[in-house]
Design a protein around this ligand. Structure first.
Ligand SMILES: C[S@@+](CC[C@H](N)C(=O)[O-])C[C@H]1O[C@@H](n2cnc3c(N)ncnc32)[C@H](O)[C@@H]1O
Length: 372
């Protein structure tokens, strides 16, 4: 039986965007258009990878661009103020004590951006317990050279900036990553005419445009016509070298996301991909390549599965409101300043950061987890 062609008009409807970009494109857009004309359409994951991490034009490769801040395209829990770093420092302090207060304790941060979380956490550690602060060695793994340079300048001797986690080996420590998993390139899939298709980026009328290619069944079950969703990044590839860094460790991932059943519910028919630009999340994914953030909700079930396959232990995800409230227990009894209380409210209120963000803890090597 011949397969009916996928309905491209319904792809346009599912995305709620025109099928091809109508804006004048960027230098990166011109480069991608020229490559597609030469070599053919590319998977969306390749497009997203180039938009975010192209060495010269990528969204995260240009430290001079104002991206993560109130003046930029979006804010994170770190932008709310130093309290986020303090609460994570309290969490790690509890873990450090439960594991017999080792004299050397390594923190590895991913996606450190401009180093604010590192500064906040190191500063808070010294206030919480000087012996803990003395034991800390803070590392940042940052694959982008321009960002490594910025971090070295900003953090000076406070942290060691690595190009890859392969360079780190230690007995005990913790990994922290706030809003990193949502920034990893991923494929897009589309269900139309009873078949699954992978969404590609092609060129039409000299502009970037969507196209499709048939693919194996991405999800089994009853999905409606024009169901659009995203696959997961290769979490195992990310986690595998990280888990090699530590003999014993706590890994803490904080991000927006869902479990697999919710993410792939038939009613979630437009997926979760979105692009942030100037504090709005409705920019067209094919517009402004390299000049806007591209992100999607994290499939926490897929992260847990990848971790378990690598021998790590995964604990149930907890929303940020509950998670930070547990971290904050002792601090809340110490009469925090009104400014800190305001930050705490923003970080934990369900309508702000409290209910959209989740914390996932993993452990390696059976340490005492000491939580909640
Ligand atoms: C949304 S930003 C992080 C924001 C920052 N953590 C904060 O909370 O303000 C995502 C960052 O993850 C970084 N990133 C992506 N993949 C990475 C990897 N494999 N290792 C380390 N950093 C990575 C990107 O370069 C980017 O700087």
């Amino acid at each position: 039986m011949t397969q009916k062609p996928a309905d491209l008009t319904s792809l346009q409807r599912a995305f709620l965007y025109p099928r091809f970009s109508t804006e004048a494109t960027t230098d990166l857009g011109l480069e991608i258009i020229s490559d597609i004309k030469k070599n053919g359409p590319i998977p969306f994951s390749d497009y997203m990878d180039r938009c975010l991490y192209h060495p010269k034009f990528g969204y995260y490769s240009r430290p001079e661009a104002v991206t993560v801040s109130r003046e930029g395209d979006f804010i994170t829990s770190v932008s709310v103020g130093p309290l986020f770093g303090k609460l994570l420092a309290l969490r790690l302090h509890r873990f450090w004590i439960a594991n017999e207060s080792p004299s050397h304790f390594t923190i590895l941060e991913l996606g450190a951006h401009d180093g604010s979380l590192a500064s906040d956490l190191i500063h808070a550690a010294a206030q919480i317990d000087p012996v803990f602060a003395q034991a800390l060695s803070y590392y940042i793994s940052e694959p982008l050279p321009a960002r490594r340079k910025l971090l070295k300048g900003k953090l000076g001797g406070k942290a060691t900036i690595l190009g890859s986690p392969d360079e780190l080996r230690c007995k005990i420590g913790a990994l922290i990553a706030n809003e990193v998993l949502d920034a990893l390139p991923l494929p897009l899939f589309f269900f139309s005419q009873s078949n699954w298709h992978e969404i590609l980026v092609s060129v039409e009328k000299n502009s970037l445009a969507w196209s499709l290619r048939p693919t194996e069944t991405f999800l089994s079950g009853n999905y409606p016509e024009a169901y659009l969703t995203e696959g997961s990044p290769n979490f195992q590839k990310l986690l595998s070298p990280l888990s090699e860094c530590f003999e014993k460790a706590l890994f803490l991932w904080i991000d927006y996301g869902l479990d697999s059943d919710s993410l792939y519910h038939p009613s979630r028919s437009a997926g979760t991909l979105r692009c942030y630009r100037k504090q709005r999340s409705d920019a067209h994914p094919l517009d402004h390549p390299g000049e806007q953030d591209i992100t999607a909700d994290v499939n926490f079930t897929a992260v847990e599965q990848a971790a378990t396959q690598l021998g790590l232990k995964a604990y149930p995800t907890m929303n940020q409101s509950r998670y930070l409230t547990h971290c904050a227990k002792d601090w809340l009894l110490q009469q925090p300043s009104p400014q800190e209380i305001r930050q705490f409210q923003t970080l934990t209120h369900p309508s702000q950061f409290g209910n959209r963000f989740y914390a996932l803890e993993l452990t390696k090597g059976n340490p005492q987890r000491a939580f909640p």
